[in-house]
Design a protein around this ligand. Structure first.
Ligand code: ADP
Ligand code: BMX
Ligand code: ZN
Length: 292
């Protein structure tokens, strides 16, 4: 069967045709509309999938947000231009006429990355450092989604009670500091208004402020990983997302984690599926779904 896999992030929308052996047959990307109007996301998704869906037999969506009963509920609406609520599976069923499944993006990516570990570990956690900071937990070989879809939202754990306000309404969440948005929001002077990608480029050119912002993110993520180790006793943490996969970032997180006591040490790896972990995870979850 051919799955139309869709990854909805705060910055980009990706869609791909994936076969049952996880071959990626075709892939497309569009920017995520920064609008609180559901119609803007609907129109972008329609444009994205129109050339692909005629060859697919089902749709599998990995999306930012809490996914409950096929509906996207933003925990941090700022990441989606203020959009609070979007009927994901209903919309894709209407556009494609195909059976559709939806799961949180980091939960989906965790599932793909767990499979890529090929049985080396039973307990692992995936963290995406991207527009936001997302998480997915696999415990004893089982993906934990929670009764209401909130499980694994590790970006909304506390990093600094005096830190910046997070779009979820809490102050000092990991996401508000470590994410691409968090890095950009703290930039001042000549870096004000730059996105995280530009800040990484500037850091590579020796800019001290840029480098400091990246260190602050990596240190915050390392502290989160120590908390994650204490909570789950996982044997491995896999890091993805465009910030998480940026050159030098994982090494920096490893350096900060090494400064924590021995009990919090855990193996860190870059996402095997790189930027496609969410797409493949959704496709794998669709393969395992019995109801179609
Ligand atoms: P999404 O959140 O839509 O899944 P990404 O994983 O691409 O998308 O994350 C988007 C964030 O990553 C933005 O803050 C962007 O500035 C940043 N980013 C994109 N490319 C890079 C890069 N090469 N290096 C560092 N940061 C990047
Ligand atoms: C936010 C939250 C999570 C998501 C994470 C990473 C929203 C819209 N999203 O914490 O559900 O997993 O961002 O998302 O509330 P990404 O867009 O950075 O990939
Ligand atoms: Zn938050």
């Amino acid at each position: 069967m051919i799955t139309l896999a869709i990854d909805i992030g705060g910055t980009k929308l990706a869609a791909a045709l994936v076969d049952d052996a996880l071959n990626l047959l075709e892939r497309r990307e569009l920017p995520t509309p920064a609008s609180k109007m559901p119609d803007a996301l609907r129109a972008a998704l329609q444009t994205l999938v129109e050339p692909l869906f005629p060859r697919a037999t089902r749709v599998a969506i990995a999306s930012t947000g809490i996914i409950r009963d096929g509906v996207l509920l933003a925990i941090n609406p700022h990441n989606l231009g203020g959009l609070l609520h979007f009927p994901l599976t209903e919309t894709l069923r209407e556009i494609t006429g195909l059976p559709t499944l939806a799961v949180n993006d980091a939960q989906a990516a965790a599932w793909a990355e767990y499979q890529a570990l090929q049985g080396d570990y039973r307990d692992m956690v995936f963290l995406t450092v991207s527009t936001g900071v997302g998480g997915g937990v696999v415990n004893n070989g089982e993906l934990i989604t929670g009764s209401g879809g909130l499980a694994g939202h590790l970006g909304h754990t506390l990093a600094d009670p005096d830190g910046p306000l997070c779009g979820c309404g809490r102050r000092g969440c990991v996401e508000a500091i470590a994410s691409g948005r968090g890095i950009a929001a703290a930039a001042q002077g000549e870096l004000a208004g730059c996105d995280a990608r530009t800040i990484f480029t500037r850091a590579g050119q020796g800019d001290e402020q840029a480098s400091g912002l990246i260190h602050r993110s990596a240190q915050t993520l390392a502290r989160l990983i120590a908390d994650v180790k204490a909570t789950t006793d996982c044997q491995c943490v896999v890091i993805g997302g465009s910030v998480g996969l940026a050159e030098g970032y994982l090494a920096l997180v490893e350096t900060y984690l090494a400064q924590e006591p021995a009990v919090y040490q855990v193996t860190l790896q870059s996402a095997h599926y790189r930027h496609n972990a969410g797409l493949f995870g959704a496709a794998l979850l669709a393969q395992g779904e019995q109801s179609w």
